[in-house]
Design a protein around this ligand. Structure first.
Ligand code: GRF
Length: 191
């Protein structure tokens, strides 16, 4: 992967679909000296995503793309290139990117997933982990390849599942760890 040269931070786009707590975390991290990235662009498939407020608050360029049209990826790619984006952080982004898109950013797309991959790919990870009586779940930061939630794992954090945990309480505990882990992953990759 690209190494950090001098003081220049890596121009990064964050893709979101919902609340954007991971986006907020990455933006706040990007302001610190330790951060190898700057967040320069926010992409969303959802004009109602709450997380878009953070791009407004921190004055970061944002754009909403409709995934109802056949190939939104082409337009996104064009905009990312225009904005000299070198890294993509998926953060609660609920759409699947095309093979062509991933090829264009090979090895430069990261994702946060709320389970200990390879366990529980896809949706409803917390419910599945509880139903299967797992003692632990957690979160994973991984590279994105062409298979869902299957790219190379960068870093993981275990979270204990208590008897009293519901999918909601577990999601809350894991989300907190996601924020810490995304920062760690970026430092691990680029320093
Ligand atoms: C996170 O748990 C992420 O792992 C999952 O969706 C959630 C998004 O949360 N894919 P937020 O929008 O970053 O608050």
């Amino acid at each position: 992967m690209v190494r950090l040269i001098g003081l220049k931070k890596i121009k990064t786009a964050v893709f979101i679909s919902g609340n954007g707590s991971n986006l907020k975390n990455l933006i706040e991290f990007s302001f610190s000296k330790k951060s190898p990235i700057s967040v320069d662009f926010v992409v969303s498939d959802n004009s109602k995503a709450k997380g878009l407020n953070f791009s407004k608050k921190f004055k970061i360029k944002r754009k909403i793309y409709s995934f109802k049209i056949k190939n939104p990826d082409k337009e996104i790619l064009k905009d990312l290139k225009k904005n000299k984006i070198k890294l993509i952080c998926l953060a609660g982004f609920m759409k699947i990117l095309s093979k062509n898109f991933i090829r264009n950013f090979k090895g430069k797309i990261l994702n946060v997933h709320p389970s200990l991959l390879p366990k529980y790919k896809g949706l409803n990870t917390h419910l599945k982990a509880i139903e299967n009586k797992e003692k632990f779940s957690g979160c994973t930061i991984h590279y994105v390849n062409q298979k869902l939630d299957s790219g190379k794992i960068i870093i993981q954090k275990k979270v204990k599942i208590l008897k009293i945990d519901t999918p909601k309480t577990l999601a809350k505990k894991i989300l907190k760890q996601e924020h810490i882990l995304y920062r760690k992953a970026l430092i691990k990759i680029f320093s």
